[in-house]
Design a binder for this molecule. Structure first.
Ligand SMILES: [Zn+2]
Length: 276
């Protein structure tokens, strides 16, 4: 693991070893009374969910279908749904990994108040984090929603209809267009979720970024907001991020072993994490 750590009491720590990084992260968590976790694609790639934005990812090969095009064109709606169902296997087979589990453990022990996520894969829910403590900034692809009345719909019957008729049915309640419950390019960010994320961020004393390169705004603004209101900032990501320089701790490595080690050291005394 490469990274930088500048925990205030300890002075700067350049290029900590994996064990030092895990210890520094555990110390930040130990000192926190109310942490917020912020997750991006990097935590889910460890579960086999592809990062759509990465080089070779689906959005570098296929132009994303923006919200305006989805609403305007039946052909593009069919294409959007075809792509979604082509991904079904990957979503259905993905299971929470050690990183998700460590987050769920920290939530269960009252250390983390909220998990703000850019991911749409439902893996935080599946790892046991209560729905009320999850903020989904980009929605959820495991179900669909009517664009007019907001009715939630299961995907399986929509897929059956799509395979039989080549298009998805309209909303059974109001006849509106049905779309996965995600936020597409060009679609407004969900106001309620943005407000929940902001409230949680302002109330935290530690903001922990896991697996986000922090380039997609407005989501990437939350670490800056936390830092400007006095919270500590820690980042665990495979690559360096633009906000590493602001962080109290920035570690470059896998999330599962890094956060898993820190959570185990913190929460399960007597079973010391293997450090180093
Ligand atoms: Zn409807």
């Amino acid at each position: 693991m490469r990274g930088r750590a500048a925990a205030a009491e300890d002075g700067a720590m350049e290029n900590p070893s994996a064990g030092q990084g895990i210890e520094a992260l555990a110390a930040l968590l130990a000192a926190s009374r109310r942490a917020v976790v912020f997750t991006g694609a990097g935590i889910s790639t460890e579960s086999g969910i592809p990062d759509f934005r990465s080089p070779g990812g689906i959005w570098t090969r296929l132009a994303p279908i923006g919200f305006g095009d989805f609403v305007a064109s039946a052909a593009l709606r069919r294409e959007a749904w075809r792509r979604r169902f082509a991904m079904e296997e990957a979503f259905a087979q993905a299971r929470p990994n050690a990183g998700h589990q460590a987050v769920a453990d920290l939530v269960a022990h009252g250390k983390v108040s909220h998990v703000i996520t850019q991911n749409i894969d439902n893996l935080h829910q599946e790892s046991g984090v209560p729905e009320a403590q999850i903020v989904e900034l980009h929605g959820n692809t495991r179900y669909a929603r009517c664009l007019d009345c907001g009715l939630c719909l299961e995907l399986a019957p929509i897929r059956d209809h799509f395979e039989a008729h080549g298009e998805v049915p309209d909303c059974p309640a109001c006849g509106g267009l049905v779309k996965t419950a995600t936020v597409s390019f060009g679609q407004a960010m969900p106001e309620r979720e943005m407000a929940r994320a902001r409230d949680a961020t302002l109330a935290c004393d530690l903001f922990l970024v896991l697996g986000s390169s922090l380039v997609v705004y407005p989501a990437a603004g939350f670490p800056l907001l936390a830092k400007s209101h006095g919270a500590r900032l820690a980042i665990v990501n495979r690559e360096a991020t633009d906000q590493d320089g602001l962080a109290d701790l920035a570690l470059h490595g896998e999330i599962g072993p890094t956060l898993g080690g820190a959570a185990e050291a913190l929460l399960f005394s007597g079973r010391r994490a293997r450090l180093g």
